[in-house]
Each structure stands twice: as structure tokens, then as C-alpha cells.
Design a protein around this ligand. Structure first.
Ligand code: SF4
Length: 101
């Protein structure tokens, strides 16, 4: 019986830009812990914003998050900032209520 070699390759997708993300391994800065207090959120998001500021895929990331109504901090924007810019969250929760108007 002849051996059959199967080569599996991942097709290129639109999310290839994520491989260049400066935030790899820093998930704790980009998504809140449960019951995060406002002051802690400000500190976390300030740190995330610094990382995004040096990221080569910042613009692509921001567009992705806006188009997909993502939660968390993406492309230099918080959920609140995305929401206020007209890219509404599907299910606004808690703090987003103060920016809805
Ligand atoms: S812009 Fe920010 S959130 Fe987006 S990939 Fe870069 S570091 Fe991560």
C-alpha cells in the first residue's frame, strides 16, 4: 500500500493582519476583568492605547472592530469610543449607557 502524504495549509484569510498585532500576550489589557471599576478601566485602557500606538496594523484593527461590533479595546479605541463614533455595539452593557444619546 502506498503512503499518501496530505499537506494541509491554512488558506489566507482577512484576519492575517492579526499575526502582526502588538498586543499578543496582553489580553488582560484589552478586555476587562469581571466587575472592573471605572478607575481600573481607565488605567487598563491607557496602557492598551499605548500598545496600539506602536502597532503596525492599528488602522486595519480599528476598522475590523468597528465593522464587527467588537467588545474590548481594539485599534486604539475603547468600546465607548467606537460606540460614540457611530459603530454601535449590538448589546450595550453598563458603562456604554452613559454615552448613548
Ligand atoms: S491596534 Fe491595538 S488591539 Fe489592534 S492589533 Fe494592534 S495592538 Fe492589538
Amino acid at each position: 500500500m502506498a503512503a499518501v502524504e496530505i499537506i494541509v495549509t491554512r488558506e489566507s484569510t482577512d484576519d492575517d493582519w492579526m499575526r502582526k498585532a502588538a498586543c499578543k500576550g496582553l489580553t488582560h489589557l484589552f478586555f476587562p476583568s469581571p466587575a472592573e471599576r471605572p478607575q481600573a478601566r481607565e488605567r487598563r485602557e491607557a496602557a492598551a492605547r499605548e500598545v496600539c500606538g506602536s502597532c503596525v496594523v492599528n488602522h486595519i484593527c480599528q476598522g475590523y472592530a468597528r465593522d464587527n461590533h467588537e467588545y474590548g479595546f481594539w485599534g486604539g479605541e475603547s468600546e465607548d469610543e467606537r460606540h460614540a463614533a457611530g459603530f454601535r455595539l449590538i448589546a450595550p452593557i453598563g458603562v456604554r449607557a452613559r454615552n448613548v444619546g
